[in-house]
Design a protein around this ligand. Structure first.
Ligand code: GLU
Length: 186
């Protein structure tokens, strides 16, 4: 049970995401993390423990950008640690995830066989690698997310960013709750 937040609009993303994460912190306080896209590159901050640790990190090194995703974690696969903190990045793809990917072990082995290197112990990281693999096979960002999610089993809500499409935020869910808020140009 984690909390995920995504923002795209005309405000700075980090303060909006942090506010959302504070409201969701009861859903998990093993670690927290945020990723924004700045000039086509992912800018990431992740910290073990409560959200306050991430806030301290961001106070020292702010993350600019008007698109971003964030996560507060209750670990299900992989111990609470900075390396297992979301977001998880593979190539150009960055993912935050609430839920469990039941078939992550066979998918992980399959992706390793295709040359992917995993940095964390989480089930979540297969999602980012799977999407990256579909991108490499020539699909666009949205089609790659759809194709990857058709291969995973389990309950999930995800927010996904792609460095190659810095104006697009994709959210998807199956069996997990998700709320979409729409404002003026955000
Ligand atoms: N399964 C993911 C992890 O352990 C997400 C955690 C959750 O939603 O509880 O990192």
């Amino acid at each position: 049970m984690c909390g995920i937040v995504g923002y795209i609009g005309n405000q700075q993303a980090t303060p909006v995401i942090l506010e959302g994460l504070k409201k969701l912190e009861y859903r998990g306080y093993d670690s927290a993390g945020i990723c924004t896209i700045v000039n086509g590159n992912a800018a990431m901050a992740r910290s073990e423990g409560k959200l306050i640790n991430l806030e301290r990190l961001l106070a020292a090194t702010p993350l600019p950008g008007s698109i971003g995703i964030g996560h507060t974690r209750w670990a299900t696969h992989g111990r609470p640690s900075q390396i297992n903190a979301h977001p998880h990045k593979a190539g150009a793809i960055i993912v935050v995830h609430n839920g469990i990917i039941e078939n992550y072990l066979p998918l992980r082995e399959q992706l390793k066989g295709l040359g992917h290197t995993f940095k964390s112990e989480t089930d979540t990281e297969v999602i980012s690698h799977l999407i990256e693999e579909r991108l490499k096979s020539g699909l666009g960002f949205e089609a790659a997310v759809r194709a990857a999610l058709s291969d995973v089993r389990g309950a999930y809500a995800v927010c996904v960013l792609c460095e190659r499409e810095p104006g697009v935020l994709i959210a998807a869910k199956q069996g997990s709750p998700m709320v979409v808020g729409i404002g003026s140009e955000e």
